[in-house]
Design a protein around this ligand. Sequence first.
Ligand SMILES: [Ca+2]
Length: 415
Amino acid sequence: MKTNITRLIIGTLSATILYALVACSPTNNSSSSAQSGFQSSSAQNTNSSPSNNPLLSGSNVAVAKNFKATTVLEGLERPWSMAWLNDGTVLITERPGRLRIVRNGALDPNPVAGVPEVFAVSQGGLMDVSVHPNFQKNRLVYFTYSHGTNQANRTRVARATFDGSSLKNWQVIFQVSQTKARGQHFGSRIVWLPDNTMLVSIGDGGNPPNKLNGDLIRKQAQNLNSHLGKVVRLNDDGSIPKNNPFVTSKNADAAVWSYGHRNIQGMTFDSVTNKLWSTEHGSRGGDELNLVEAGKNYGWPLVTHSKEYTGGEISNQRSRPGMIDPKVVWTPAIAPSGLAFYSGKRFKPWKGDLFAGGLVSRDVRRIDLDANSNIIREESIPIGRRVRDVRQSPDGRLYILTDEQNGQLISIEPN
Ligand SMILES: [Ca+2]
């Protein structure tokens, strides 16, 4: 009995230590499950998805040779997102809670006034910035940010008017209905649809041991009454569009647009084919690229290629009828961040491709799509720094932000 208890204690301790190591390590997503004593029962079955065969991307991705990366500027503290105004001015959020301006390639030393205090802990803070499609008329800029305390926080969406130097009339137009503890999984990308409604990604509420009503909070991703683990669709004033997929359902929140997501931090709309693409973080491995459609279930946490950080299975199912399989699965994790669909004329070899930033992989993955949005191939554009965002500028260039204390704005191009 004593031996069993000792084993239990040692086992628990090694699991805790492994969890700490994996959670803290920016690069180690493939540490052996054998070392931890956790054996995965279905580790050999990860490629069994007969429905549409996602690309299973491993650690031997082809590295791009014909590209050029140029640092435009540095001095940004943990930049998260960027957006362009009509005159070429770039707005850049810094996660600790500042909005910065770049004019004519130069970073204004003074942050923009008018941003309220945010919950800037761990993954949280001031996150996405997005300009209203009619900005020239209404001067509206939209933000996502985490708000609250370490015990009770949530993702908010706010808008404010920007007069060229400061933000006025900061107005919270949406907030996640439930609060959660700690600093994980806020989402939170904003994408505008052609009808000027907006999609916002919301994380699942965090890893174990985060709970809600006595159960793991991540299960809320399957609860249609919860905003957690969802993409929500809003009008530009935060009201709910009348044609949302679940507005007539009794047991669903009318804001929900798609569900079964863990933590989407990359989202982009291809206005040529009217398709929404997203990248979401898995737990240990199993990051996903998804083609997201209204009303669909993307599986988390019932169906996933990812494992617990401690090495055990989250689910032994990789695919299930009624749930949508990912288009790409990344194991080991790249830790996907910003996502851009390149539609510009400037870089012909890259036209119609997706560009997914990787925090852990420290690169941008170029995903070559055919005319029917099937994945042809993937290659790695190495950056050597944690990539937080990838965006196409209005003049058809591609820019990235690096997630560092001295973060950089970098342009990439084919050559
Ligand atoms: Ca999924």
